[in-house]
Design a protein around this ligand. Structure first.
Ligand code: 5RP
Ligand code: MG
Length: 211
């Protein structure tokens, strides 16, 4: 299982410092949506140049202009870009086309998708091979967690790799790891940890128990 560090509310400089400390324990560096708003594609390019051996995901949450926006992220150096599952199939297809051209991957974020089962089937038919279960920050504030959607996703996916995000932390990561998603996404649980180095080691250790 991979660990994806989601960097949302740090500056680019703070983000680089954090990744330097926990580099060994993480597999994917996510340039989170707020960081993209703050710094633009520069954040993607800088992070990829600074950590060339790490995979970089641009969490653009694309909703329209799929081909154009996905290509922009890939050209900036992203290995993965996110598109929203609630959007039109045409946008998903545009992202897929950009990924194919550039030899990169798209991840469909299933945040706010109502009929999850039906949408998973359709997305897999379109050729999507990476799906993300996600309970967003605002929903987390209302007490929602992604565990039930992850269970459903595990049951319904035929081929796609699954990632999961939404408030994962050192205390809860085992619960998710035992369901065997391919990628566990941790944002605030690492970026706001008192000791990110020790926390990242702890998360890696807990995940290993389920591999
Ligand atoms: C919010 C996001 C976050 O990056 C994702 O939810 C992971 O962060 P956290 O672990 O703090 O929930 O995309 O829309
Ligand atoms: Mg994110």
């Amino acid at each position: 299982m991979k660990i994806q560090l989601a960097i949302d509310d740090l500056t680019l400089e703070e983000a680089i410092t954090l990744v330097t400390v926990i580099e060994k324990e993480i597999d994917v560096i996510e340039i989170g949506t707020p960081l993209v708003y703050q710094e633009g594609m520069r954040a993607v390019t800088t992070m990829k140049k600074r950590f060339p051996k790490k995979e970089v995901l641009a969490d653009l949450k694309i909703m329209d202009a799929g081909y154009y926006e996905a290509k922009m992220a890939f050209q900036a150096g992203a290995d993965y870009v996110t598109v929203l599952g609630v959007t039109d199939d045409l946008t998903i297809e545009g992202c897929l086309r950009a990924g194919k051209e550039m030899g990169k991957q798209i991840v469909v974020d299933m945040i706010c998708v109502k009929e999850l089962e039906k949408r998973i089937e359709r997305l897999e038919t379109l050729g999507v091979s990476m799906l993300a279960v996600h309970v967003g920050t605002d929903q987390q504030a209302e007490g929602r967690r992604p565990i039930d959607d992850l269970k459903l996703m595990k049951r319904c996916c035929r081929l796609a790799e699954i990632s999961v995000a939404g408030g994962l932390s050192l205390d809860t990561v085992s619960e998710y790891a035992q369901l065997q998603p391919q990628i566990l996404i941790v944002g605030g649980g690492l970026t706001h940890a008192k000791d990110p180095g020790e926390t990242a080691k702890g998360i890696r250790k807990k995940i290993k128990e389920w591999e």
